[in-house]
Design a protein around this ligand. Structure first.
Ligand code: XMP
Length: 513
């Protein structure tokens, strides 16, 4: 495996993404954690030093341990990583003074042409993305220049004997179009063969779960979303009936959702599944509640109570399974107020493991989202589960602004089902990050047939997004919108007006509450 030492670059995670795409297993660790002992235990086959916002010229700036360079393995330094490497190995780094460089640049081959890393220059020169203030003014002994750019005479340098390489730019970003090839070459030099596939991961993960869990029992909260579904199926494959899933049905799910989850996991996969149908409890407590935060809090509190009640009935349970993903566990290097390590804790059922005295088992914690999907595919989960749009924990409650009633929820479910059906029929589902209907807390006047109606208005919402942090509305054709509005008004009793929400995020949010 490969070790990425993180010095706080915004794009360190992208390095890991690129390597994973090349079927190579790697881990990111903040430089503060990487000690001599850590390196010995980790025994990396290669090391990458990431970029970072600090300046190597400053007193006390972050550094890897000297022993990185005596492991006898290839090391690649990127941007700050390049500078740190040069300085530690006897080169020189100077402050910007007009040589700072941000954005697109072109690197051309220099002296050596036979090195594997240099095999990179596919078209004679390569577009790269620079982002640096300081620059290397003298390279370390043993290094040669492989590539130069007008402002970076040492854009690519290397010591082919020790297999140390240093680049001034960021090969992991989109704006270095052939950056992947550079990583590919580096991995080849380090002897990686690209054998880290989902099939292999599945076998490894199963063996690890068996070892970790032994003959104890495991509880898994199942929502029907991708992460919890893949977690459940993987655990079931590893430990069979030692797994019990708890599916909390708060009565705020979409049409047929509960039936589909039960059919898939209990009937098809034969997983022990408790369908905790507590809709009366949730909807009862939500009666008269119209404040969005109050709704969330009420649902969150009841969810934990209910989960705990059902989980408490499972005998010999020692573990709680969670679908935590790699981006949630990467410790990030933060430079606000001095170097510090911020660890994001993502307990989906906040605080519950401690409260119930359960240990955690998180079999997806090494994976990125698209890898979870690939694993789901490998485990035979149908595309309808793997490719699902995200669905919020509080469910339809936050798509029903104002007070929640059973009548409104029924109408909302039907309208939502028509909208999603339209999107699927037109082959647009996978292009859209998330799509749903919100029922508005207003009734408006309409005419249908010879009579007047006084029914609810609804809003269609469909957005594109990469991570849910920013989003844009999906540009449906007018024909699509017209057809969908007509279908909803004809097929869903209780709605006589359909609007399309064209707000981006920011300033809006994806959900209506
Ligand atoms: P917003 O509405 O904040 O949503 O733009 C961003 C993403 O997060 C989901 N979301 C939630 N998920 N509990 C959840 O589990 C919540 O309370 C919640 N609120 C929003 C939303 O569906 C979107 O994918």
């Amino acid at each position: 495996r490969l070790l990425i030492i993180d010095f706080g670059s915004q794009v360190t995670q992208l390095i890991a993404r690129r390597l994973r795409e090349l079927d190579t297993y790697c881990e990111i660790h903040p430089y503060q954690n990487v000690t001599d002992a850590f390196l010995r235990d980790f025994a990396p086959r290669a090391v990458i030093l990431s970029g970072g916002p600090a300046s190597v010229i400053d007193e006390g700036s972050p550094r890897p341990p000297e022993s990185v360079f005596s492991l006898g393995v290839p090391v690649l330094g990127i941007c700050y990583g390049q500078q740190v490497m040069m300085q530690m190995l006897g080169g020189k780094v100077e402050r910007g003074h007009g040589t700072a460089e941000f954005g697109r640049a072109y690197v051309e081959p220099a002296t050596r042409h036979d090195d594997l890393l240099l095999g990179w220059f596919l078209d004679g020169r390569e577009q790269v993305w620079m982002s640096h203030g300081d620059h290397v003014s003298a390279i370390a002994p043993g290094f040669e220049v492989y590539g130069t750019s007008p402002h970076a005479p040492f854009a690519i340098t290397g010591d082919a004997t020790r297999h140390f390489y240093a680049v001034q730019f960021h090969p992991e970003v989109h704006h270095t179009p052939n950056g992947r090839t550079l990583y590919e070459n580096f991995l080849r030099i380090a002897g990686f063969t690209g054998d880290w596939t989902m099939g292999a991961y599945r076998e490894e993960a199963i063996a690890r779960i068996r070892e970790e869990v032994g003959d104890a029992h495991v509880i898994c909260g199942l929502s029907g979303g991708v992460d919890s579904s893949v977690t459940a199926v993987l655990l079931h494959e590893a430990i069979g009936d030692q797994l019990t899933c708890v599916f909390v049905d708060h009565g705020l799910l979409r049409q047929n959702e509960a039936d589909e989850v039960v059919a898939m996991f209990r009937d098809h996969y034969n997983i022990k599944l408790i369908h905790a149908d507590e809709s009366d409890l949730f909807l009862g407590e939500l009666e008269g509640v119209s404040d969005p935060e109050q709704k969330r809090k009420t649902i969150g509190r009841l969810f934990i109570d209910v989960f705990q009640k059902y989980a408490g009935q499972i005998e010999r349970a020692e573990f709680l399974a969670q679908g935590t993903l790699y981006p949630d566990v990467i410790e990030s290097v933060s430079f606000s107020g001095g170097p510090s390590v911020t660890i994001k804790s993502h307990h989906n059922v906040g605080g519950l493991p401690e409260k119930m005295g359960l240990k955690l088992v998180e079999p997806l914690r090494e994976l990125f989202k698209d890898e979870v999907r690939a694993l789901g595919h490998e485990l035979g989960l149908p595309a309808s589960f793997i490719g699902r749009h995200p669905f919020p924990g509080p469910g339809l409650a936050i798509r029903c602004p104002g007070e929640i009633t059973r009548e409104k929820l029924d109408i909302l479910r039907k309208a939502d089902a028509v909208f999603i059906d339209q999107i699927r029929r037109h082959g647009l589902y996978d292009e859209i990050w998330q799509a749903f209907v919100a029922i508005l807390p207003v009734r408006t006047v309409g005419v249908m047939g010879d009579g007047r109606t006084y029914d609810f208005a609804c809003a269609l919402r469909a957005v594109t997004s990469v991570d849910g942090m920013t989003a844009d509305y999906y540009p449906f054709s007018h024909d699509f919108l017209g057809e969908t509005a007509t279908r909803i008004i004809n097929e869903v009793q209780g709605i006589n007006r359909v609007t399309y929400d064209i707000t981006s995020k920011p300033p809006g949010t994806i959900e209506w509450e």
